[in-house]
Ligand binder design. Structure first.
Ligand code: GUN
Length: 290
């Protein structure tokens, strides 16, 4: 069984980013990312802080906008318009989920698609479906594809099953795997909460991408011998007696699934570190295309 280290592959991606940043500096360009947080959700705050820190570590220009939960839709839109028009900013990310009074879809549509490093804008969703390489692909599925490629997993002709149909992971993941070329050319099945007889489907999978947000959902009975499993889940479960009182587990019951696998990602240390690395890579791509 091969344990796929997201931390190691993420470091490789960041090394490529450092080379790109140096090359851009030589022509007087510095990639800039703006991260917008509305409200004070602790998990979102932690994500935003780590994105900002990674930017600064790499020497990217980073702007962190922390807006109170009382911020109105119009005020958020005004911030987005200002960032769209700021030549020092190449990437804009509005942390999801915003407070309930905010119309998130309208905010995403207001972001200049050329600065939409999350890949959530309808123009970028369309570009992914069209296999247009100038578009931006959501960071988490892009990171999963990179993990597969770096681990030497052949996707061409493979039966890939994506668990989950979200716009952030499941749908873009399925499009990436079915696209023509390296990291694609797979036969893709998308399963979700309404799928009947899930095990029948997943037992035929050479590659399983688990992105359903349910702790340790995928069990040994779902997986055939020799499968490759990528675990996108990050779930907090209670762990009495530990320092924080909780622990992080994936969507895969790792202990029972791992022994059957050809390769598997751990949680933490699997897909997680890749998401931020791909965000940096997308910001550099936006700068290069500007
Ligand atoms: N919240 C959880 N994941 C993401 C992400 O990839 N982008 C944004 N904007 N918010 C998120």
């Amino acid at each position: 069984m091969q344990l796929i280290s997201g931390a190691a592959v993420a470091e490789k991606v960041l090394e490529e980013c450092r080379r790109d940043i140096a090359a851009l500096a030589a022509v007087g360009k510095k990639p800039g990312l703006a991260v917008v947080l509305i409200g004070d959700d602790p998990a979102s705050r932690a994500y935003v802080r780590s994105k900002d820190k990674k930017c600064r570590d790499l020497g990217l220009h980073s702007v962190k906008l922390e807006l109170p939960a009382s911020t109105t839709q119009e005020e958020v839109l005004a911030h987005v318009h200002a960032l769209n028009n700021d030549p020092a900013i190449h990437g804009i990310l509005v942390q999801s989920p915003p407070p309930p009074h905010i119309d998130e879809a309208a905010i995403v549509r207001a972001i200049d698609p050329a600065k939409d490093v999350d890949g959530f804008h309808p123009v970028n969703v369309a570009k992914l479906a069209l296999e247009d390489p100038t578009g931006f692909v959501p960071c988490t599925p892009l990171g999963c594809q990179r993990l597969l490629m770096d681990a030497g997993i052949e996707t061409k002709g493979a039966n890939a099953v994506v668990l989950g149909r979200s716009m952030i992971v499941g749908k873009p993941m399925a499009l990436l795997l079915m696209a023509k070329g390296p990291g694609g050319d797979a036969t893709v099945t998308v399963a979700h909460s309404r799928t009947q007889d899930l095990a029948f489907i997943t037992q035929k999978a050479d590659i399983i991408i688990a992105a359903i947000g349910r702790p340790e959902f995928l069990k040994a009975e779902h997986v055939r011998e020799g499968a490759v499993v990528i675990d996108v889940g990050i779930n907090r479960v209670e762990a009495p007696g530990t320092e924080k009182g909780y622990k992080l587990v994936g969507d895969v019951a790792f202990e029972e699934v791992a022994p059957k696998c050809k390769a598997i990602t751990p949680v933490p240390g699997g897909v997680g570190p890749m998401t931020i690395a791909m965000l940096m890579a997308n910001t550099i791509k936006a700068c290069k295309q500007s």
